[in-house]
Design a protein around this ligand. Structure first.
Ligand code: NDP
Ligand code: ZN
Length: 374
């Protein structure tokens, strides 16, 4: 009798495992196995293609400074193995039975989110990043809509995502430049739109890297008068080339002269510790410092609330799906793309790219060519 019970429960467990794994999608990519490790090849599976899901063969994925913060557990203790990557573009190779927005052969982008509740006040308002019931980030996040498994990002061969969280990209777009619009693009675009920046506004961009250089392009395209702030002489000519009126090397006191009380809006993309008061003092009354830079917790700057004196301070988190589609459409219509350096999908190439971003050596966004994945 005992033997029969044992055989039956083993059979049940086996069937359960089979059912759980049924339809799962094999994938491989590059993961970190600890916060101080380096990239290693990693094979895993993704959840099966649901009726509203699309299956994307990835083509390119940008390297965002957030990936670097996150793999190093800068914001919280993460779990590993972790495949980062949320600036993804690829080709749709399969669609679920209820998919209506995409067909096989289309190009789709995936940004920082892959799911949310869809019915809370923020989801209904196109601000899924603030979903009150739980939005699921593209990687290093518990996917509460798929048995709590950890999501894995875009430094990999494929993605399976609900069509509502995928962005339509025309086939003739320069695909190696489109991925970064999914994060760097929308993250800078969203606060620029929220603050209603218009032609003639005097504005600033602090931190002239992957996010910052896109912000400059958007602001210039809107007709704003842009001042760029960074810590190096290396990027002065690039800022002026992209249409900025002025470049301030904040390590040079003389560059900062006369800046107080002059700007209507400043976007800070700075990924390290800095003095936000310097920027708040440059704002006119009613102006806004919109922070998107997300330094490690130990380096997070703070301000005394009383020192704002009629200036506004906000932290802006990525953007919703509708906004992401908007920024992709706007970028394509206005020929606005990030300046990219394409690297092969190779662990040591990704390690080197990370070090270059940390050392400020990239102009302006590394993008991994996933077609070269081995
Ligand atoms: P990059 O490294 O590409 O760019 C950062 C830029 O800031 C570099 O040009 C760097 O200079 C410059 N910088 C560093 N320190 C200072 C300083 N004290 N003053 C002025 N400039 C400085 O990073 P990304 O653009 O990819 O990302 C920027 C930040 O935005 C990161 O913290 C990232 O996590 C965050 N982020 C936030 C999002 C959100 O939703 N809020 C979404 C996406 C990203 P140098 O190159 O010379 O070192
Ligand atoms: Zn990002």
């Amino acid at each position: 009798m005992k033997k029969i019970v044992f055989i039956l429960s083993a059979l049940f467990a086996y069937t359960y495992v089979l059912a759980q794994n049924e339809g799962r999608i094999p994938s491989k990519g590059y993961a970190l196995f600890s916060k101080d490790g380096s990239f290693q090849p990693y094979e895993f599976t993704r959840h099966a293609i649901g009726e509203h899901d699309i299956f994307i063969r990835t083509l390119y994925c940008g390297i965002c400074h957030s990936d670097i913060h996150q793999v190093h557990s800068d914001w919280r203790e993460e779990t590993y193995p972790m495949i980062p990557g949320h600036e993804i573009v690829g080709e749709v190779v399969k669609v679920g039975s209820a998919v209506s927005k995409f067909k096989v052969g289309d190009i789709a982008g995936v940004g920082c989110m892959v799911n949310s509740c869809r019915h809370c006040e923020y989801c209904k308002d196109g601000k899924e990043q603030h979903c009150t019931h739980g939005r699921v980030l593209t990687y290093a996040n518990k996917d509460i809509y798929h048995d709590g498994e950890m999501t894995q990002g875009g430094y990999s061969t494929n993605m399976v995502v609900d069509e509502s969280f995928a962005i339509s990209v025309p086939k003739n777009a320069p695909l190696e430049k489109v991925g970064p619009l999914m994060c760097a693009g929308v993250t800078t675009w969203s606060p620029i739109m929220q603050c209603g920046i218009k032609a003639g506004d005097k504005v600033g961009v602090a931190g002239f890297g992957g996010l910052g250089h896109l912000a400059v392009k958007y602001l210039v395209s809107l007709g704003a008068e842009v001042t760029v702030f960074d810590i190096t002489e290396e990027k002065r000519a690039d800022a002026l080339r992209l249409g900025a009126k002025r470049y301030v090397n904040v390590t040079h006191d003389e560059d900062l002269q006369g800046m107080d009380n002059t700007l209507r809006f400043i976007l800070s993309t700075i990924p390290a510790n800095y003095n936000p008061m310097m920027y708040i003092n440059m704002l006119k009354v009613g102006g806004t410092l919109a922070v998107v830079g997300l330094p490690a917790v130990k380096d997070t700057p703070s301000v005394s609330i009383t020192s704002l004196r009629g200036r506004n301070l906000t932290f802006s988190l990525i953007g919703g799906i509708k906004e992401t589609q908007e920024v992709v459409d706007y970028s394509l219509a206005h020929d606005i793309y990030p300046e990219t350096v394409v690297i092969p999908a190779d662990a040591s190439a990704i390690d080197k790219a990370y070090q270059d971003v940390i050392d400020g050596k990239v102009k302006f966004r590394y993008v991994i060519d996933l077609r070269t994945i081995k």
